[in-house]
Design a protein around this ligand. Sequence first.
Ligand SMILES: Nc1ncnc2c1ncn2[C@@H]1O[C@H](COP(=O)(O)OP(=O)(O)OP(=O)(O)O)[C@@H](O)[C@H]1O
Length: 369
Amino acid sequence: MPLLVLYNPVSGSASGKQITEHRVLPLLAEHHKIADQISSTEHAGHAGQLVLDFIDAHPTDGEGTLDVILVSGDGTLHEIVNALHDARAGTDKALPKIRLALVAAGTANALYSSLFPSAAGSPLFSLAALLSPSPHLVSLTLALTTLLPPSSHQTAPTSVISAVVTSTSLHASILHDSETLRQQMPGIERFKVAAQQNATRWYAARAHLLPPVQRSKGPLRTSSPPSTSTGSSPRSASPRLRRAHPPSEDAIDVVVVRPSRDPSVRDAGEEARARFADKAWKVLGGAYEDGKHVRLRYNVDGEIVEEGDGVPVVEYFRVGGWEWIPDEADERAHLVCADGAIFTIPKGGRASSQVLSRTSHNVDFAVYT
Ligand SMILES: Nc1ncnc2c1ncn2[C@@H]1O[C@H](COP(=O)(O)OP(=O)(O)OP(=O)(O)O)[C@@H](O)[C@H]1O
């Protein structure tokens, strides 16, 4: 099977080249595996073109399969998925199936962390799976998000595919601000700084969950940051959407945190927001403690407790799609993050996201686990 090794030299702490040369290639040699091509991205947007060129240079007879060892973070994977989808949109030319060994060399590495919750800093679990005698694969569920201008506008909608997470509100705002800090802070601490900057911000919007909708107790498997949700009430905070892991079905997990459900929240004033910020950090922190956030409840006084009959702080839904309609006056509620890439909903418009059925598009990605 053709094998491409592809690394991003600037993702994360800019160690992609070093990891490739000092860890990935020696491991391949140990297993007598030879890469057909080893490539570095040279600019943003290059990864997708490199994979498309590799596909053209290595025809696999229709339903064939290609292995790609991808040394990067989530953003580079996002570029590849979108480039392949765009290249085949509107054609019936089948792409080979893409089998990915993810080598975690980005900043957040959200997909890798959710597939290997106990990796504890080791970036090579997926590659080890590829090299194992009986590799296991997890298919990637993709979501198509369209940013629609108001119907009175002549402008065309923008669409983007997500392979990891689509978010609005708190998560999108953090990702937006963290990007401006990338030069100064190449590591994960830029997310913490951006989180502080957004601690007391709430978001005004309406959300619709699209069928089939199921309330669920939490993700199938996760120890990565909580995916937030959408609220149907204005001022719902921190909606963020996330794909089901492992995606055994075509569905999106939507995670919602709504301050208006907190019994102690009576208004949206500065004081209430500051008090709620502490609770939001508890939720975020709980997500890193083996998914503890899904067990958090409000007691009658609005304090967060770990057990009990109170209202759950975090809501999970498994859905076929969602719509997010920001209040026109709330600029930050217009941000949408797709696997780390930031988009802005046009004023008066909305975002609509739907899971892409695997049978309806001809891009097939799976990750060695
Ligand atoms: N040679 C390059 N020079 C400059 N930018 C590049 C180059 N190659 C890729 N990029 C850009 O680097 C960006 C960051 O890559 P990636 O998302 O993989 O890492 P990250 O942001 O550090 O990790 P994560 O997304 O997991 O937090 C991508 O959006 C991509 O467009």
